[in-house]
Design a protein around this ligand. Structure first.
Ligand code: MOS
Length: 715
């Protein structure tokens, strides 16, 4: 169908919801002024493994303003897992307070509901628990490696014969990389205001996927899904931690059911370490072989990481290694150790962010051993076929990203030999890495409501999509503007309510493509139906105002749906990128800094350069954080985290990343979807740590295989 003149997509407009955010009018989960709401504070266990033997709630219950103390003894019965260690997904049930067992330090063991947040917090400290502590908590990774198991059939992959490929190689490398536990820490704390009324739940909750949240809540309470409404109008970041329903949300619903008023729970920053997921520690062993001319002959990626003792999560570190380079012999394995730590879950680019550090480091090391330029080595082993699926990429401009980035960055000034580019006490290094990230696109529904007054048309788009700080409101408005041919100012976007048409929510880099194609579909259907009623040919250009007028209508509604095509399914749809970093390392102290970064991305049609830059800059910052500072340390005897606040869990600040250049290659991937959109939410973080570690090698001659790269490792 021919569309009317574009008036929105592709323009770097300011965020349509920006003023609501900066004036405090955009409401986040805990900000809804619900009448009669009360507050609850969850209580955390102080052992990693064992059982509760007694609980004394009398002091807390005596406190004025305390409404209820909930423990496993009086909690509502919930659905529990019907098998040992089930896999965690975005719609998994979240049973809590169902027995006296403790699986990890910080697990919720109770909830105090009170008239105010302060009373609830105070009373929570007055509840006394005694525990039977088991003597063998699984909290020391190194001692548990023999317990690593193969999680499921999909955890291993191979093509060709890696041993044969290694035997054919002129040069081979076998090395191990580690990445620490990390935490998501979105700015907005996890929160819920839950109301249970006549068997129906309304929840204002900070969730990335509202549809799946309704499934998880209804399943946990064994009530029909249509009895649960989840509202997430604005979400202050998620990074994966809000994909699923965490247990505080279930506690909120349970408490509301038990006391008969709406209950608000805001997870504290401290609890964001123990109760809202984490990226687990990974030990990745890479084996690589190449001929003297730079042809790759073998590549293996073996990962050992941990899950909890009660649930299973597997980060696919080897995913990038399967598909990025043309290598005939390839093997990927993942093994898990059940540990007494909370269940890990997806964190921005789960698999790629960590896997690409190992892969792009070992690729760089191989280039060095071959005495080849690392960009030329990558280009020599480029492929337009996804060998792991034996199907073509819908589009892959990785070589162009590398070449254009090299020019922009000034790669020709790089010295191949470490410690030869200096400035006073500083050793200067240049590093590069390739990035790839799957661009899934999923079935999405939306509704458009048109209102005409005096020839001026206003349109409202409704969908249960979320905006987790990414710019969903803005790009959806731009899409509707383009397909209805009216200004962005006349578009009203309403999101984050499970009563609206179903979308896949925000995650996995599928948001933009799914949401915008869904909104496009509704707009196209509205235009098409209005034309059909008047026997106007599809290709004839008539304004939406004129169409309504011809139909003698002042308002009109249409629903649309978009989903992956057959062509999409026959291709591997990925976004690609290249990262360039310049680092300066003090040769005496090991103190180092990132001087500048250049990122070139090929990610399909860029809907709004401003919001897209924001996504990539955010990703680069998080990727740099992996290299600079981010790590959660586990206390090896008690299983608590040593790093439990922003005072000791460090993230990069502006001074760390002052100079970033982001470039998008012009691209429209029509195989990916009708609008040519691919994903960018997770592309930006991927392989950044690799490019920095490679730059540090170029500066110092030291290969950094363990993140973060703290200065003492460079002395
Ligand atoms: Mo992402 S880790 O799917 O929010």
């Amino acid at each position: 169908m021919k569309t009317l003149k574009a008036s929105g997509v592709g323009k770097a407009i300011d965020r349509v919801e920006g003023h609501l955010k900066v004036t405090g009018m955009a409401k986040y989960a805990s900000e809804f002024p619900i009448e009669n709401k009360v507050y609850a504070q969850a209580i955390n266990s102080t052992i990693a493994k064992g059982e509760i033997t007694s609980i004394d709630t009398s002091e807390a219950e005596k406190l004025k303003g305390v409404l209820k103390v909930i423990t496993y003894k009086n909690a509502e019965k919930l659905k529990t897992f019907d098998k040992e260690r089930p896999a965690i997904a975005t719609d998994t049930i979240a049973p809590v307070l169902q027995d006296n067992k403790i699986h990890y330090y910080g697990e919720y063991v109770g909830l105090v509901v009170a008239e105010t947040f302060e009373i609830a917090q105070h009373a929570a400290r007055l509840v006394k628990y005694t525990y039977k502590k088991f003597s063998d908590p699984a909290i020391r990774f190194d001692e548990l490696k023999s317990k690593a198991y193969k999680p499921n059939d999909k955890s291993d992959y191979s093509r060709g014969d890696v041993d044969k490929g290694l035997a054919e190689a002129d040069i081979s490398i076998d090395s191990v990389y580690t990445t620490p536990i990390e935490h998501h820490h979105p700015m907005e704390l996890h929160a819920i205001i839950a109301s249970w009324e006549n068997g129906k739940v309304t929840a204002y909750a900070s969730q990335q996927m509202v549809e799946d949240a309704t499934i998880a809540i209804s399943d946990t309470f064994q009530i029909p899904q249509e009895n649960v409404r989840v509202i997430a109008s604005y979400v202050g970041g998620g990074f994966g931690s809000k994909l699923n329903v965490e247990r505080h949300a279930i506690l909120g619903v349970m408490a509301s059911k038990m006391i008969g008023s709406p209950v608000q729970i805001t997870v504290t920053r401290n609890q964001m370490f123990t109760n809202t997921g984490l990226r687990q520690f990974n030990e990745q062993r890479m084996k690589i072989g190449a001929k003297n001319d730079g042809t790759l002959t073998a590549l293996a990626h073996e990962t050992i990481s941990h899950t909890s003792t009660n649930m299973e999560f597997q980060e696919q570190c080897g995913m990038v290694t399967k598909m990025l380079y043309k290598v005939p012999n390839n093997k990927v394995t993942h093994r898990l150790i059940p540990m007494n730590l909370q269940t890990p879950f997806a964190m921005r680019a789960p698999g790629e962010a960590t896997g690409s550090f190992a892969l792009e480091s070992v690729i760089d090391e191989m280039a060095w051993k071959l005495k080849m330029d690392p960009i030329e080595f990558r280009i020599k082993n480029d492929t337009q076929t996804d060998l792991s699926k034996d199907q073509p990429f819908s589009s892959r401009l990785l070589v162009e990203c590398l070449r254009i980035g090299a020019e922009k960055f000034g790669w020709e000034n790089r010295k191949q030999e470490p410690r030869t580019n200096t400035n006073g006490n500083w050793l200067i290094g240049y590093g590069v890495s390739a990035a790839s990230r799957n661009s899934p696109y999923q079935k999405t529904h939306s509704k458009v409501i048109l209102d005409a007054e005096n020839g001026k048309v206003q349109a409202t788009i409704q969908m249960d999509a979320t905006d987790i700080g990414t710019g969903s409101y803005t790009i959806i408005a731009q899409t509707a503007s383009e397909y209805l041919g009216i200004p962005v100012e006349n578009i009203n976007v309403e999101l984050g309510d499970s009563d609206f048409p179903v979308t896949p929510g925000s995650g996995g880099s599928w948001g933009a493509a799914s949401y915008c194609n869904g909104a496009r579909a509704a707009c196209e259907i509205a235009v098409s139906e209005l034309k059909k009623k008047q026997n106007i040919a599809e290709e004839e250009e008539v304004s939406i105002a004129e169409l309504l007028k011809k139909n003698n209508l002042t308002n009109y509604e249409a629903k649309g749906m978009a989903e992956p095509s057959e062509e999409f399914k026959k291709h591997s749809v990925f976004s690609f990128g290249a990262n360039f970093s310049e680092v300066w390392v003090d040769k005496d102290t090991g103190m180092w800094k990132i001087k500048r970064m250049v990122n070139v991305g090929s990610a399909g049609r860029i809907l709004n350069p401003k919001t897209a830059y924001g996504q990539i800059i955010g990703g680069l910052t998080m990727g740099a954080g992996m290299a600079i500072a981010e790590q959660t340390r586990v206390e090896p005897n008690f299983g608590n985290f040593i790093t439990r606040s922003f005072a000791d869990y460090h993230v990069p600040v502006n001074l760390d990343l002052a100079n970033i250049d982001v470039i998008f290659l012009p691209e429209e991937d029509k195989i990916a979807n009708k609008m040519g959109i691919k994903g960018i939410g997770e592309l930006g973080i991927t392989s950044v740590a690799g490019s920095i570690a490679n730059a540090i090698f170029n500066a110092t001659g030291k290969r950094m295989r363990d993140l973060p790269i703290t200065p003492e490792k460079l002395i």
